[in-house]
Design a protein. Structure first.
Length: 210
């Protein structure tokens, strides 16, 4: 991968990332549309595949729920705290995007750092939720509802950890000024992160409301 151009020009000088750089992780959409931007197209293709995975699991969940051995699982209280943390991380990420568009690099780093901390806090909180269920005697194989809870939330956390790895790459590039102030250089990462936030809300509705 070619190294990103170091961008230090002031807004009046029109400093921007070259179009070829905009599609790399953390880059913008390059203004070339979905098909014209391989990185953006690849991300949406991956999200479509991930959506189909959860659609399949949802179908299996709805069918299995009609079985006679189904015992409803009472959600751990920490799940609602986790939800608030994940939603807050999306808010701080959007704040970072606005600061980047306004050429406020210090503000961008500050809010982006908050997103990373909140994301890590969500993962830790989910580990606490699993631990609470184990302490209550609700294991993976105890009943079908337990099994789906562990599988669905486990897959979500796995993809969120992948998001945190991407976050580290984005944060590193921002510190090197390889993401141009004034451009939407966080767009791809934000798309993935917000998708995971929406997916989490969907899973809560599926598991404990519907």
């Amino acid at each position: 991968m070619p190294s990103a151009e170091l961008v230090t020009d002031a807004p009046s000088r029109g400093g921007r990332l070259p179009p070829a750089e905009a599609g790399y992780p953390g880059g913008g959409d390059g203004g070339g549309g979905l098909i014209g931007d391989p990185a953006r197209f690849g991300l949406w293709l991956f999200l479509a595949t991930l959506s189909m995975l959860f659609v399949g699991l949802t179908s299996a969940y709805l069918v299995r729920r009609e079985s006679g051995d189904w015992l409803p699982l009472r959600p751990p209280g920490v799940l609602w705290v986790n939800t608030a943390i994940l939603l807050a991380s999306s808010v701080t990420l959007e704040a970072a995007r606005r600061r980047l568009a306004a050429w406020d690099l210090s503000g961008t780093r500050r809010f982006l750092g908050g997103t990373g901390l909140l994301g890590a806090g969500f993962v830790a909180g989910q580990a606490l939720a699993w631990r609470e269920l184990v302490d209550r005697g609700f294991y993976l194989a105890s009943n079908p509802h337990n099994s789906f809870f562990y599988v669905l939330t486990g897959l979500h956390v796995l993809h969120l950890v992948s998001g945190l790895i991407w976050y580290c790459a984005v944060h590193y590039r921002l510190r090197r000024l390889a993401i141009a102030p004034g451009d939407d250089g966080l767009r791809l990462f934000a798309t993935y992160w917000h998708f995971l936030g929406g997916l989490w809300l969907y899973l809560l509705l599926l598991l404990f409301v519907i």
